[in-house]
Design a protein around this ligand. Structure first.
Ligand code: ADP
Length: 417
């Protein structure tokens, strides 16, 4: 099996551990292993013949620096020959211009456990959203002889993976009718083996308990609130923190609980009281009466009131200042939440899931569904990709329709109030 792995959508800690696990498990199980740089965008751009740079090559390739010199030690062209020039000189900063689908060896992923983000790059690809883009992506995979793909990304990326999988037979047929691939290639690539792993800091995917990167992001939030705690206590201040998570309140809720927040706004549970300002002020006033010297309010980026009107951190600050007379500051945690060294769980779960992804691909037949690999009650767990994507969309729809209980029970079928 020729196996490729890509990371797509928003970066998250643990993506490198996925790539490492897939590459090493693939090699141990007899596969040829490849990485696709820059997510689906790399799949669409493919490999431009290095000996024949064209206008297309010059105009469209990203000039991405290789961050780690050891990364290019074993990179190979599709025919197996080494990418390096034979001089042994391959300093950091050498570019992989024009090559997005690259063969990798055991050493290329050494030490990747401890690196944040994704070393093979990620991107948001508009082209892959189009049928033409996906046709080119299919062609580029078939050209390199790759017949199995691991996609690590968020719900958007896994939706893309699901569409690609469903369309695959049509794409192959179109390429054949355009004489771009041979009958032999059609026979070999009639079925795309594809597996999705959920890389997302938001923990917003249905049918998995934990997404890759969410534990590290939670650690970052917890550390940030700890840091704010000292100044808040010293000055007896209030802090309103805006936390990431898109439509999902998991990071806000868990971050708030781990740091003793006074009030937390999340999309799935808008404040019951209308107006909510009274409820928030009463709660915080009570806490202060009981002796609290600091106030922490967390506002998830997707938070809204019961009428779906967004709740903004600046407005919460004004309410606390004007109604309770608190010296209040807003802190937007922003991208520090995404980054940094993966915590232990973002090394362990991605590794186990990466191993299972390779097994799932080796076991795949045209009759088995494509799987999303997730977690269920502390175990690695497979669920058909199509179901997970459908369920995640249904959650978003339920939130839009203000049916918050339904949203919670769809995200977690065992959810109880
Ligand atoms: P995330 O995976 O973090 O949710 P996005 O929603 O931006 O991030 O999705 C990442 C990429 O996945 C997009 O840039 C696009 O290339 C691909 N993608 C997302 N949705 C679709 C779709 N409906 N059809 C095809 N590709 C998609």
């Amino acid at each position: 099996m020729k196996l490729a792995v890509l990371t797509s959508g928003g970066d998250s800690a643990g993506m490198n551990a996925v790539v490492r696990a897939v590459v090493r498990a693939g090699i141990l199980k007899g596969c040829e292993t490849w990485i696709v740089r820059e997510g689906y965008e790399g799949l669409v751009r493919g490999n431009v013949d290095a000996d024949a740079p064209s206008a297309h090559n010059l105009a469209t390739t990203l000039d991405v620096k290789v961050r780690d010199p050891s990364f290019i030690n074993n990179l190979r062209f599709g025919d197996g020959s080494l990418l390096r020039d034979g001089t042994g000189d391959h300093p950091a900063g050498r570019t992989l211009k024009g090559r997005y689908i690259v063969r990798v060896g055991w050493d290329d992923v050494r030490g990747w456990f401890a690196e944040g983000g994704t070393l093979i790059g990620t991107a948001r690809s508009q082209t892959f959203r189009t049928p033409e883009g996906r046709l080119t992506a299919a062609y580029n995979l078939i050209k390199e002889g790759i017949d199995a793909l691991v996609v690590c990304g968020g719900d958007g990326s896994l939706t893309g993976a699901d569409i690609f999988r469903a369309e695959w037979p049509t794409l192959v047929e179109t390429l054949r009718s355009q004489d771009r691939i041979t009958d032999e290639q059609v026979a070999r690539h009639g079925h795309l083996k594809i597996v999705g792993l959920v890389g997302s800091i938001d923990n917003d995917m249905s049918l998995t308990d934990l997404t890759i990167g969410a534990p590290t992001a939670l650690h970052r939030i917890c550390e940030a609130i700890d840091n704010i705690h000292s100044t808040a206590i010293s000055h007896s201040r209030a802090f309103v923190l805006e936390v990431m998570g898109r439509h999902c309140g998991w990071l806000s809720l868990m971050g708030g609980v781990s740091a003793g927040a006074d009030f937390i706004f999340i999309p799935e549970r808008p404040p019951k009281a209308n107006p909510w300002e009274d409820e928030m002020c009463e709660t915080i006033h009570r806490h202060r009466e009981n002796g609290k010297r600091k106030t922490i309010v967390i506002v998830a980026e997707g938070a809204h009131d019961a009428n779906l009107k967004p709740i903004r951190a600046d407005y919460v600050k004004d309410v606390l200042t004007e109604r309770l007379g608190l010296d209040t500051r807003v802190t937007t945690l922003g991208h520090i939440q995404r980054g940094g060294r993966p915590c232990a769980w973002d090394r362990i779960w991605p590794t186990l899931q990466g191993l299972d992804a390779v097994d799932a691909l080796l076991e795949a037949t045209p009759d088995t569904p494509s799987y999303m690999i997730g977690m269920r009650e502390n175990r690695v767990y497979r669920v058909p990709l199509v179901e997970a994507v459908k369920m995640t969309k249904a959650v978003a729809e339920a939130i839009e329709n203000q049916d918050f209980d339904k949203a919670m029970s769809l995200r977690d079928p065992e959810f109880r109030e």
